[in-house]
Structures are given as structure tokens and as C-alpha cells.
Write a protein that binds this ligand. Structure first.
Ligand code: ZN
Length: 275
């Protein structure tokens, strides 16, 4: 009888050891996005991103990092950059809850924009709250990033900022899709055709500067376009998007980064300069 008990105990011990030793590896693989977060108390917050992996060192040592404060006195008003030329088309999309944000991704892209003669394909959009960029030191409630890629791997991001007010019509149109995946980690849901032309910009004026991805690996030489007009969104719409943020921090916005010697432009069409 004693032998049986000992055998059972050993058997139990082996099972515990096997389960325990395999657990960290597995969670490491599926939890990629949680290798970093937005809490300075966690040890993997924004000020530590550059030390988590050697490939993420630009987050710490880069000199052209994003987001930045778009300070009026630093901004050079220009009229030569040209209107934002958007050639988007409706395409099949999936909604992915990445744990620190919600991402809508188009399979094979959803049309393109052209900047300085280079064509960038719209790959995905995602949201940060509060905004990552600031205008004259002021942050707003929500920032959407439309991430575009050229055929040779260059990145252009169009950012749209929102403050609390009337509902945003695009978020309204995908509300049912968002509630289906909110609060569900690692959830990837095919959501059918989504038309990025329904994303309203409402202004021809935009800021332009060269910066970086605002999440690791913080790659630089990203062409940033921040729409000048701050649009509106409801608290409920932000709450729906924030349902995806599971880290201890309530936000998913990287702190402002030094501008250093970079130029920041504000494009205003020549006939509107007097506005
Ligand atoms: Zn972003």
C-alpha cells in the first residue's frame, strides 16, 4: 500500500514538473504582444522597451522617435506637400485583439496613398487612448493610426485625433464587430468587407514629420501624417476600444519623445492659408 502511495506521489510530481516547465515557453509564444506594456511599474513599460530585446534598442537610443508634441512655434507652414491622395477600396478584414490595442487588418491591403511619389498600401488601423501625439502640449482622447507600407517595406502612418463629443461614424459602423471581440484575448475574427473610405478626415490640413513606430521595435524613418482637425468620438466608443487593453495601465499611449533637430511641417493648401 505504501509503495502505491509513493508511486502515485512521484507520478503526481512528474506531472506537476512537466506542466510547470512547459508553461513559460508556451505563454511566451502566444503572448508576444505582452512582452511590453504601458505601465512603468511592470518593468516592461515604455522607458524599458529598449532593454527588453536587442532588436528594440531604437526605443531607447533612437533620435527620431514618435510620438512628439506638434508645437506651433516649431511648425513650418508649407503649401507644397500636396493634398493627401487616398485611393482606398473596400476589402476583406479581420479584427484582432492584441491585448494592448484593437487592430483591424485588411488581407492584402485596402488601396493606397501616395506620398512624394511613393505608393503606400493601407495594411491595418488601430487605436490609442489617450492620443499619442500632442498639439501645443495638449493630448486628446483617442488617436487612430492608419498603417501603410510600400512595396520595399517603408512605412507611412496617417494619424487622426479625436476628442469627446459626437459619435464617430466609422466606429459606429463597426460597433457590432468591436463588441464581439472586446474583452477576448488573442481573438482574431474575420469580419468581412470593411471600406476604409468610410474613415472621415474632414480637413486638408495635416502635420508631416519623420518619426518612428510608437511600439517596439520603434523602427525609424516612418513618414507621419497627422490630420490637423481634431475630430469627435463618444466615451462609449472609446470604452469599446479600450476593452482590449488588459495590462494594468489604463492607457496605451507612448509618452512624448524629443523632437531633436527634426523639421515639422503643417501643410495648408495655398488658397486656405488666410483661414
Ligand atoms: Zn499606433
Amino acid at each position: 500500500m505504501k509503495l502505491v502511495t509513493q508511486f502515485l506521489f512521484c507520478y503526481f510530481l512528474i506531472i506537476v514538473l512537466v506542466l510547470h516547465s512547459s508553461w513559460p515557453a508556451t505563454s511566451h509564444e502566444v503572448d508576444d504582444e505582452r512582452e511590453f506594456d504601458y505601465s512603468e511599474k511592470s518593468g516592461k513599460g515604455p522607458s524599458q522597451w529598449g532593454e527588453i530585446h536587442p532588436e528594440w534598442s531604437l526605443c531607447k537610443y533612437g533620435s527620431m522617435q514618435s510620438p512628439i508634441d506638434l508645437l506651433n512655434e516649431r511648425v513650418e507652414i508649407v503649401s507644397h506637400l500636396g493634398r493627401l491622395n487616398r485611393n482606398y477600396r473596400p476589402s476583406n478584414a479581420t479584427l484582432k485583439n492584441r491585448g494592448h490595442d484593437m487592430m483591424l487588418e485588411w488581407e492584402g491591403g485596402a488601396g493606397n496613398i501616395k506620398i512624394n511619389g511613393t505608393q503606400y498600401v493601407l495594411m491595418q488601423i488601430h487605436w490609442h487612448s489617450p492620443t499619442e501625439h500632442a498639439i501645443n502640449g495638449r493630448k486628446f482622447d483617442l488617436e487612430m493610426h492608419m498603417v501603410h507600407e510600400s512595396s520595399d517595406g517603408k512605412v507611412a502612418v496617417v494619424g487622426i485625433m479625436y476628442t469627446i463629443g459626437r459619435p464617430d461614424s466609422f466606429l459606429l459602423s463597426i460597433r457590432h464587430l468591436l463588441s464581439a471581440v472586446a474583452g477576448n484575448r488573442e481573438n482574431v475574427t474575420a469580419v468581412g468587407i470593411v471600406d476604409p473610405k468610410n474613415i472621415k478626415i474632414g480637413s486638408r490640413k495635416y502635420y508631416r514629420y519623420i518619426g518612428s513606430l510608437t511600439t517596439p521595435p520603434c523602427n525609424e524613418n516612418v513618414v507621419w501624417t497627422i490630420v490637423r482637425k481634431v475630430r469627435t468620438v463618444t466615451r462609449e466608443q472609446i470604452r469599446l476600444l479600450r476593452g482590449a487593453v488588459h495590462d494594468d495601465s489604463e492607457t496605451n499611449a507612448r509618452p512624448l519623445q524629443p523632437i531633436n533637430r527634426r523639421s515639422v511641417y503643417l501643410y495648408i493648401p495655398s488658397h486656405e492659408v488666410e483661414d
